[in-house]
Write a protein that binds this ligand. Structure first.
Ligand code: ADP
Ligand code: MG
Length: 703
């Protein structure tokens, strides 16, 4: 099985001993598939071969294919072109032979790929982070001598351009005749190891996959794929010694990119079932989320439900209702928001943490950019929401995020997809991601006398898409301070003790350390937690019972009625759906197939607690959902209308309305000077009035 290293032409490799063996394999096992392919050729131009089938037929050939793929695939190519099938025009029938389903030993994880795999056939699995547009790649080059016009056709087989060295006329100068040369569609795909395999702050490993012809445009960023191909080197730029590498794809397929690829054994399933039956399972879950953080029980309980998630529904006619639960924490600095998010990042089976402006270059959503990877053309990059699809995105410092990212978040939260239309590229990305986000109030601290929405730097329409949001205050409360500081100090002490014991290898303090350890050890250990969540999400799809429906309905209608009596709008259907999702998640925790009253009660309690501080109109003390939905309270809206009415009335008689006159008039209607001045600015900001001259206002639309 000699093999010369220089590239040989197709004609001379007829001695390739594997041609006959492949021909036999095709003849005996693939005749039907090939006939089908012939009938659809050239629209369909790939013959897909299951490696396991080849291995079963000819073990040696299959093994040789892994070790020596260039040579053996060439044999496969020649064999298929020589096959005897009716109605076959051999000159034109040149399909690709695409191998898939490689054995375990040829499927290294990305970070284990090294020089040993060079020129071997292997499969890698990962998430697509970036993809180029379709580029033309030179396949058969026609070179013309500049002096005598003689032409030479050269099949391009490596990744560097190959041209004749010298012409018959002894000239060395050639030009490429692009109109008679043949090009093939080419695309580069950057694959990153699956995010659930990236531990902690490890830098994810990438591999570029090159595809041609009918494999082009089959996948988009965010897709999880398995790529089979030959590992090759990219020559370094200039005269460096370190080579890049890429996978020349033979086959690509999309794989399930579900929340979890977590494998669960029978024993583990037993353990999960036992845990789910435990009366204290909810408490245990709460205690397992960030045990180093004191308090925040309601937030932790909500996060626990978020991890389990509601049930996604696909209604007839393609309508979908999301099952993912979104939570927003708005809190003063130093109340452990970031710590909480990072803790959840460690627990969630699949998640991405990103903060403020430090998010990846692709930001939150997806972008089209021109960069080196794109060889001068456009490339599409997936951001955190796309990459975490099927899992969780933890977005810290939401208030500092780019406006562009924030508007993408709008679409992602409700539609669970993001569309990118840039530079002629129009694509939709799936973002079935549940979002836990944290933000700081606009002025760092909350002012208890001002409305919530006015104090956060986020549009109301975005906030209303979160199923739950919490306002976390750093309240100066002596007792609570003592408890928190005691907890923080003990946590530090426990950490120190554990470290000391490891460093000194001493056994003496063991009992004390063990006790301390318990303090910061989660009730459900991390690995088990991941499996528990995965198991519930994969297997449990609870249905609301009649009682549960009544329970939620009563609460919701009551809330709406309350609003009606107060002359305000109240909860919207969004909040109702949020309640259902939370209830479903609560049932999932117990691995229950039905949503019971206890689940809806839990959802309602969390919902109430979250709202308590926020949705109360600071002027009337009443619950008012407009604060979330439109960013203004009903009282405020009434006041705005009142002042605008006064201005418009006066504007009928005089051209410019003196502000003092409006202030005086407003006073008779119960609004003090300060309030009225505040309303002037709001009306001006909203574009309802303007100031033509100092001390005067005018309505923009007099009617
Ligand atoms: P934020 O993101 O809200 O500004 P951080 O998460 O950065 O706050 O928390 C600041 C520090 O204070 C962290 O080291 C955190 O552990 C500590 N901390 C704040 N609140 C608590 C708490 N309730 N229990 C334990 N530690 C806390
Ligand atoms: Mg923070």
């Amino acid at each position: 099985m000699e093999r010369s290293d220089d590239q040989q032409g197709m004609e001379t490799t007829a001695e390739n001993p594997f041609v006959v063996r492949f021909a036999q394999f095709f003849e005996n096992t693939q005749k039907k598939n090939i006939e089908k392919l012939v009938s659809k050729y050239p629209e369909k131009r790939s013959l897909e071969i299951d490696f396991k089938e080849l291995e079963h037929y000819d073990f040696e050939l299959a093994d040789e294919l892994l070790q020596n793929p260039d040579y053996v695939l060439e044999a496969a190519q020649l064999a298929i072109q020589g096959i005897d099938v009716p109605a076959l025009n051999l000159d034109e029938f040149k399909p690709h032979v695409r191998i898939f389903n490689l054995p375990e030993e040829a499927m290294p994880i990305l970070r284990d790929i090294g020089s040993a795999q060079l020129s071997k056939l292997l499969s890698v699995e990962g998430t697509i982070v970036q993809i180029t547009e379709v580029l033309p790649k030179l396949l058969r080059a026609v070179w013309e001598c500049r002096r005598c016009g003689n032409t030479y056709t050269i099949l391009q087989s490596s990744n560097n351009q190959q041209q004749p060295t010298v012409c018959e006329c002894r000239a060395h100068d050639f030009t490429l005749k692009s109109n008679t040369s043949t090009f093939v569609d080419f695309q580069k795909i950057r694959v990153q190891e699956p995010i659930e395999l990236i531990k902690g702050n490890q830098q994810p490993t990438n591999l570029d996959v090159y595809v041609i012809d009918d494999l082009v445009n089959k996948v988009t960023p965010g897709d999880r794929i398995k790529a089979t191909g030959i590992l090759r080197l990219v020559p370094p730029k200039e005269k460096k010694l370190v080579y890049g590498r890429f996978l020349e794809a033979v086959h690509i397929e999309e794989t399930e990119k579900n929340f979890e690829e977590v494998e669960i054994t029978k024993e583990e399933e037993e353990e999960i079932r036992k845990l789910a039956k435990d009366k204290e399972v909810y408490e245990k879950l709460v205690k397992s989320i960030a045990p180093n953080i004191y308090g925040h029980e309601v937030v932790k309980e909500s996060i626990a439900l978020q991890l389990f998630g509601g049930v996604k529904k696909i209604l007839p006619g393609q309508n979908r209702i999301r099952g993912n639960i979104h939570i927003l924490l708005v809190g003063e600095p130093g109340v452990a928001k970031s710590q909480l998010l990072q803790a959840v990042d460690n627990i969630a089976p699949k998640s991405i943490y990103s903060a403020g402006k430090t998010t990846s270059a692709a930001g939150l959503s997806a972008t089209a950019v021109k960069d080196e990877f794109g060889e001068g053309g456009w490339t599409l990059k997936a951001g955190a929401l796309v990459l975490a699809s099927g899992g969780m995105a933890l977005i810290d410092e939401l208030d500092k995020m780019d406006p562009e990212d924030r508007s993408a978040l709008h679409e992602a939260l409700e539609q669970e997809s993001i569309s990118v239309a840039k530079a002629g590229i129009v694509t939709r990305f799936k973002t079935e991601t549940s979002v836990l986000s944290a933000a700081n109030p606009k002025y760092s601290r909350f002012d208890p006398y001002q409305n919530f929405m006015e104090q956060i730097n986020l549009p109301a329409s975005l906030v209303s898409r979160f199923d739950l949001f919490f306002m976390i205050r750093d309240v100066l409360d002596r007792k609570k301070d003592e408890e928190i500081s005691a907890h923080i100090l003990k946590t530090h002490q426990a950490g120190e003790m554990m470290l000391q014991q490891i460093k000194n290898k001493s056994m003496e303090k063991q009992k004390e350390v063990a006790e301390m350890e318990k303090l910061i050890t989660p009730a459900i250990e991390g690995k088990m937690m991941k499996k528990y969540i995965s198991y519930a999400r994969q297997n449990i799809f609870p249905v609301l019972t009649a009682e549960a429906i009544k329970n939620i309905s009563d609460f919701y209608i009551d809330l709406r009625d309350q609003g009606k009596k107060q002359g305000t709008y109240t909860a919207t259907h969004r909040q109702l759906e949020g309640l259902v999702r939370l209830s479903e998640a609560s049932a999932r925790v117990r691995l229950s197939d039905t949503v019971e009253i206890e689940d809806t009660d839990r959802a309602i309690r969390l919902f109430r607690t979250a709202l308590q501080e926020l949705v109360v109109d600071q002027e009337t003390g009443k619950i008012d959902f407009d604060i979330i939905n439109v960013g203004r309270t009903q009282t405020e809206l009434t006041n705005l209308k009142k002042i605008l009415g006064i201005i418009k009335d006066k504007a009928r008689e005089i051209d410019m309305v003196p502000m003092q006159e409006v202030i005086d008039e407003a006073k008779t209607q119960g609004l003090d000077e300060e309030k009225t001045k505040e309303i002037f600015s709001k009306l001006e900001k909203a574009g309802d009035i303007y100031r033509p001259k100092y001390g005067f206002v005018k309505p923009t639309q007099p009617k």
